[in-house]
Design a binder for this molecule. Structure first.
Ligand SMILES: O=C(O)C(=O)C[C@@H](O)CO
Ligand SMILES: [Mg+2]
Length: 390
């Protein structure tokens, strides 16, 4: 069975969006003097779909959210010709071929994202060709159902964050991730504002539920070292991306302080890139995203390395490509879950492109033992809200 085509499309959201609300999420651009919406370059209002088709007409669906229009070009011009004519079940060889033939520029970022989208499509394809869900090809069911954590709680007024946390509690969630709104440029007053919001969310969710704290690369080593002791009393399960992704030494220093577990990895790429985070003890929880790190082929290899180091893997984002890996690995204890919302940052945009993503019920989600592949289709329900570029 050979791959006969690779079809990429870029989906640009033109529907209603929720406008940014002030200091709602620290991020890597906060260190710039720029005025205005620092999160603007971190929104996901475009998405890439990648459909890999075999001679018999079976189509596997992959996707990517980072720089979709550039990734499309990389796939169309460079990677698609490498995979057409190959047998999808030679997925390890295909992965190496894409990785090594673009090694001069593709090891991280755009290239690895393109490799990820194709690889995810190949795994969906293989599942469909053998009539098995992808998780059954990876190790099978390791959980009755997948516990999830509610991931939103962007920084806003204390009242608004407490209201959102109350609603999420009513939804049955038992773990919650909130975002910080203040960082180094906001000085001591900002530190106090950050702590106030952590305390306020804890007041609502109590101490029997997990609270994770997200910096999204918006702090630095000095600021994070000063913040950790202030956060410890609120018992966060982890502090996420406190420094920029390249500051692996900073990650390792913060993690070694052993005050709050440090997590990261959603902006790391390839097996070796994640092995570096593990081997340098830079993270206590690894959070690659399968549609960035190298797809399912790479993610499963990373899962083995993480398991050997007893570092739990909790992939960034929801989406089926991550859920299947979590279901198939005991060392992947829970999944991140973006509740279905109006399009804001855009983490939730995939709900408007695909059908089949499970909705969390009482803090859990379920995968179907008998649904071949990833279990998603491309939806036609929201086409009026997208411009689609072939
Ligand atoms: O969900 C996460 O971990 C992210 O980093 C999403 C990003 O939009 C910041 O919240
Ligand atoms: Mg994150």
């Amino acid at each position: 069975m050979k791959i006969k085509s690779v079809r990429t499309r870029v989906w640009t959201w033109k529907g209603p969006t929720v406008p940014p609300q002030g200091n709602f999420c620290t991020n890597a651009s906060d260190a710039l003097w720029m005025k205005g919406d620092a999160m603007s370059s971190f929104r996901f209002h475009q998405w890439l779909t990648c459909e890999v088709e075999t001679e018999d007409g079976t189509i596997g669906i992959g996707n990517a959210a980072l720089a979709p229009s550039v990734v499309k070009k990389a796939i169309d011009d460079w990677y698609a010709p490498l995979v057409i004519g190959e047998d999808p079940f030679d997925y390890a060889y295909i992965w190496e071929k894409m990785y090594r033939r673009s090694h001069a520029w593709g090891r991280k970022g755009i290239g690895m994202t393109a490799i990820s989208a194709i690889d995810i499509a190949i795994w969906d394809l293989m599942g469909k060709l053998v009539g098995k869900p992808v998780f059954k090809l990876l190790g099978g069911r390791t959980k009755e159902k997948i516990p999830v954590y509610y991931s939103k709680l962007y920084a806003g007024s204390i009242e608004a964050m407490q209201k959102e946390a109350e609603e999420a509690m009513k939804g049955g969630y038992k773990a919650f991730k909130s975002r910080f709104g203040f960082g180094p440029k906001d000085g001591m007053p900002g530190m106090r504002e950050n702590v106030k919001r952590v305390e306020a969310v804890r007041e609502v969710i109590g101490y029997d539920n997990d609270l994770m704290l997200e910096c999204y690369m918006g702090w630095n080593l000095d600021y994070a070292k000063r913040m950790l002791p202030k956060l410890a009393p609120y018992e966060p399960r982890w502090l996420e991306e406190p420094v920029i992704a390249d500051d692996v030494a900073g990650y390792a220093e913060l993690n070694a302080m052993n005050i709050v577990p440090i997590s990261g990895g959603e902006h790391e790429f390839s097996v070796i890139g994640c092995a570096e985070l593990i081997n340098r003890k830079a993270v206590s929880i690894l959070q690659y995203d399968t549609n960035r790190v190298g797809g399912i082929t790479a993610a499963q290899k990373i899962n083995a390395i993480a398991e050997a180091a007893q570092i739990p893997v909790i992939p960034h984002a929801g989406q089926m490509h991550n859920y299947h890996l979590t279901m198939a690995n005991t060392n992947c204890p829970i999944s991140e879950y973006f509740p279905v919302f109006d399009v804001e940052v855009g983490n939730e945009l995939f709900y408007y492109i695909f059908e089949g993503d499970p909705e969390a019920v009482d803090g859990y989600l379920q995968l179907d033992d008998d649904l071949p592949g990833l279990g998603i289709t491309i939806s036609d329900k929201h086409l009026q809200h997208f411009d689609i570029a072939e």
